[in-house]
Every structure is written in C-alpha cells, then in structure tokens.
Write a protein that binds this ligand. Sequence first.
Ligand code: SF4
Length: 372
Amino acid sequence: MIARRHSKQIHIGSVAIGGDAPISVQSMTCTDTRDARATIDQIRELEEAGCELVRVAVPDMEAARALPDIKKGIHIPLIADIHFDYRLALAAIEAGVDALRLNPGNIRDPEKTKAVVKAAKKRSIPIRIGVNAGSLPQQESKADACDAPSVESVASRMVELALAQVRLLESLDFDLIKLSLKAFDVPTTIEAYRQVAQAVPYPLHLGITEAGTPWAGSIRSAVGIGALLLTGIGDTLRVSLTGDPVEEVRVGFEILKALGLRQRGPVMISCPTCGRTEIELVKIAQEVEQKLEGIKAPIKVAVMGCVVNGPGEARDADVGIAGGGGRGVVFRYGRVVRTVDEKDLLPALLHEIDIVASDWAGSRRRDQFKDD
Ligand code: SF4
C-alpha cells in the first residue's frame, strides 16, 4: 500500500483533487477550440475512455466564445489553458469553466492579475500554476557555455518560479491552487516535484512534458509519473503524448493500475513466451487484448504458454489459460473448467471472459464462487 502525501483538497467541478481523493486522469484536446463541435466530439471520446477532467487551449477571444457551447456539450469538468492575456481568463471564467491553467506572474500588470484572481475566487475556480523546464527564463552563466546545468539546479529554479507564483496568489488571499512542474527529463521532473511537495501543501498535477510518441512517451511517462506516485507524490496526472489524446487516458490508467492505485477495465497478464511455449500464444494474446478493449469490468485475465508457470498465474486470475502439447487448460476463478484442443482454446477463453465480465456487471464477484 502506497502512503500518499497529505495534500490540501480542492474541487474542479465535481472532481475532488488532493487529500484522499482518487488520483484522477486528465487529458487535453488537440482540436481547434474555436470549433466547438469538433472539440465536444473529442471530449466525448475522452469521456468514453475514462477521462475525468479535460483541458482546452484558449488562444484567443473566438476560442473563449466557444467555451459555453463546449461546456454544455460535455459531462466532465472543463479547464481553460491560458497564457498571458488576462481578458481570456476573465472570459473563460465568465463562460463557466471549472478551472484555469494560468501562470499569474505572466500577467504583468498587478491590477489585471487581481481582477482574474478575484473572479476565480468568486466562483471557486482553482488555478493550476504550471512551470515547464523549457520555458524557464534564460540564466546568465559564468560557467563554461558547454556545461549542462545539473538536475538539481534546473529543478530548484523550477520550484523557485512555482513558489513565486504561489506567493503571488496567496498574497491575494487565494488558495485554490494546483501545481505542476514538468520537464522532458525524468530525473529533473522527479526532483522538482519532490522539492515542491515538501514546500507547499497544494495538490500536484503530474506529467512529463513533451514526452513523445505513444510508444516512447508512454514509457517515459510511466517511469517518471510512476516513480513519483510510488513515493506518495501526485494527486492527478496527464500523460502527454504526440497522438490521439484517448491514448493519454489509457496510459494514465495503466500507470495507476500497475501501482494498484486505481481500477479501471480489465488487466491482462500474458507470458513473454520462450522455448517452452507450446501454443500460438502471441496471436491469442493479441485477440484477447482486442476483446478486452470492449470490456469495462476490472477482471484479471491470464494468457500463459506452458504448464510450468502457466497454471499458477491462470489460477490466480479471474479467467486464464495455460497451453501445452497442442492443448490448453481453461481456468475460471481458480478452477479448471475445460481442457480443449489448441484450435478451440481462443473461443473457449473468450467465452469464459464473457461469463466473468457479466458476473462483474451483475455484482457477483470471485469470492462468491469460491464454494460453488
Ligand atoms: S509461462 Fe511457460 S511458456 Fe510462458 S514464458 Fe513462462 S515458461 Fe515460457
């Protein structure tokens, strides 16, 4: 069991962030926000994948004007991402968004900052202060120009910048604050979050920025976000991927599921195959993975290639197979239910998956079958 850092709880719409609230998964649209229809459609797909909060870029007034329609067309809290222009922040608040991502220090005029914070406070709209390593102010260095700054020094500068923004909000009597300190470099990100987690009680939004394509970015994010979560740091997360944002949500939940922090949809255990594999396991695993995409129940499915390690894992799962000698044993809730020829193994497994998924849908659980 991971002991979580005790952070202050805030609410973004109906979603609690921080304290003992579940770690939420969020994403960001990649549509043109001015196109409300396309943005709503993408958010609906994200909702279907389990996304719990969504952020949209608000680069101009036309995008701000689309926010009320977007808000009406979706079911999850809407966060407006704004840079520099306080009028966009005021328009977004007026449009009914549930939170802002905005660095108040970027609005140079203190009176304009005050106006935004006052409006956010009046409607209890949290503000996320987001510091990215890539946008740190240039620093004059006496060191050799070829010397790369250390992880600690970049992280400290990120934290310093974030805390300056926190102090600015606090001086305006505003504490509905969430923070993120993202870098592409995983050790820098971890160090920055570690430092800021000790400095302030506010909830933390985790992410590795510009992590890359779904393959490399998922690994990078899993390492960085996973390492932080394992030390109890983090209250909400976004996996940033170059691609369909639905993938960000899937990966986000996989990270949480791997650490036992959330349950969502099935988990598949499949062996890596080796010289002992006696069935066409890769093909079976791929087919099963496809099947599981359409299932919401948090069932555990094991696809194992032989009788050495296979039966143990298959027995431990809700449903599983262990292949061997052109045949396979099918397990459900820890018991052998069938032994079939290899050609019948996949259909038999898919059939058992349907049974177990419908048990979950009907609120019957594995423990209720123990003594059947
Ligand atoms: S379960 Fe069997 S076939 Fe699969 S990797 Fe392990 S030993 Fe090899």
